[in-house]
Design a protein around this ligand. Structure first.
Ligand code: GLA
Length: 374
């Protein structure tokens, strides 16, 4: 693979230089409730980000692949020696290109003949903050491939393929939430997802409420190793309780006999599933906010995936008038938090909390102006 960089971003029109191309896009996601439940076959409530990743694609007139990211100003070329998706030639791509290549390769394994391609990526989904920019890239890539090559693939099958691209080509042993949310959610409603059956329901946000998302400014560290450790702990807990997955434990007290830290880990997952099931009953914004704050406490104390900066931001948010509740969102160990606020108040609350947090030496930033779209 050869990788080159451009000074100024190149637009899709410039990149394709007069050729026609297919374009598709997909959003990132913010999880409102139900964290670390997907790989336990449980329940969750993500919503799509208004920000999206756009993938433009055309069949190349030379063999091999050229992937360009306008966001990173970086181009990867590989497979030029007559390679196709099953024979990329030289070494497999790295960086942003591996997500695209993973999607192509997986379609190839399913019998789709993928020719040499030119791919242009542009995105305003925040990178590295836990809002699933990688799922957005995978889902947008598969949508573009589906339409360019007329592949029959429904949105759930597409999400599962995107998840496999993440697991097999980016090396992250993730659950199914991010890709399902990117494939099926919109930025106005919550997507209720059952990770076992993959059944989904679109639900309205609590009445008179809106969302803000604040990046803690702390990069996610330890995420991969601790994520895998938590997954293993959950599997051990389920096996000791004699159930296929923690989703099958419906009584929180049932976990009390487990040894530590399995008792704490299982208590988070079982109580988190119950919070999601409570939240989908059309509850008030105040009640939904309490569930979010309880989720944060559980992630901090029982699941131990929070960090000081996220705890401080959540505490500042919860002490602010107009905030119904707040929690970390995503895997934890850094990244962003989400709050449910009184409708119309989110932008001011976000700006004032970020200012107060940063006055204490932090480097938080407001990520999602959800208010702009409601
Ligand atoms: C990451 C994973 C998801 C999910 C969350 C935690 O975002 O990719 O599958 O497990 O963490 O809820």
């Amino acid at each position: 693979m050869t990788q080159t960089y451009t000074q100024a971003p190149i637009s899709a029109a410039e990149f394709f230089a007069g050729r026609s191309y297919t374009q598709a896009s997909a959003p990132g996601r913010v999880n409102l409730l139900g964290e670390h439940t997907d790989y336990n076959d449980g329940f969750m409530l993500p919503i799509a980000t208004p920000q999206r990743t756009t993938v433009s694609m055309a069949i190349g007139d030379e063999p091999g692949f050229r992937f360009y990211s306008a966001t990173l100003g970086s181009e990867a070329r590989f497979g030029g020696g007559g390679g196709d998706s099953n024979n990329p030639g030289e070494d497999a791509p790295t960086g942003f290109a591996r997500y695209i290549f993973g999607c192509i390769r997986l379609l190839g394994e399913r019998g789709v003949a993928v020719p040499g391609l030119r791919v242009h990526v542009d995105s305003n989904v925040p990178l590295g903050t836990g809002l699933s920019s990688s799922a957005a890239l995978e889902v947008a890539t598969l949508r573009a491939l589906r339409s360019l090559l007329a592949v029959e693939l429904d949105d759930v099958a597409l999400a599962l393929l995107a998840q496999q691209a993440e697991i097999q080509y980016a090396g992250v042993n993730c659950g199914v939430m991010d890709q399902m949310a990117s494939s099926l959610a919109d930025a106005e409603n919550m997507l209720f997802l059952d990770a076992r059956t993959l059944a989904t329901r679109i639900l309205p946000l609590p009445a008179a409420a809106e969302i803000i998302v604040i990046d803690s400014g702390v990069a996610r560290t330890l995420e991969a190793s601790k994520y895998n450790e938590r997954r293993a702990e959950c599997e051990r807990a389920a096996s000791m309780l004699g159930v296929p997955a923690l989703r099958d434990v419906v009584d929180v007290d049932a976990v009390e006999a487990l040894p530590e830290p399995l008792r704490q880990r299982a208590r988070h997952v079982v109580s988190e599933d119950l919070r999601v099931l409570d939240a989908i009953g059309g509850v008030s914004a105040a009640h939904f906010g309490q569930l979010m704050s309880a989720s944060h406490a559980s992630l901090r104390d029982d699941y131990e995936v929070s960090i000081g900066a996220l705890d401080s931001l959540v505490a500042l948010l919860c002490a602010t008038d107009g905030v119904h509740g707040a929690r970390l969102t995503g895997a934890g160990f850094g990244g962003a938090c989400v709050a449910l606020c009184r409708k119309g108040a989110a932008a001011d609350i976000g700006a004032s909390v970020v200012k107060r947090f940063n006055a204490g030496g932090g480097s938080a930033g407001l990520l999602l102006p959800y208010s702009a779209i409601h």
